[in-house]
Design a protein around this ligand. Sequence first.
Ligand SMILES: [Zn+2]
Length: 75
Amino acid sequence: MKSLFAPLIASLAMATTVLAAWPINDICPVDAKAARPIYRMKTADGPVAFCCMDCLTAFEKSPGKYPVKKKDAAK
Ligand SMILES: [Zn+2]
């Protein structure tokens, strides 16, 4: 019976990881559209989100070209 619980525990652990890796921005640094957390990449500052896979790839190639606008933490 133990094996039934393993997938549940695994999905809970994954959900926790997703929350911990929530992006530092909500605007795509490449084209200033609304970023979607499903397209994200780890950077030195934290996870950065993009609006699409193309922007993620562009950022990955030259991260210095696209400054990331962080969310306003005070709000
Ligand atoms: Zn974009």
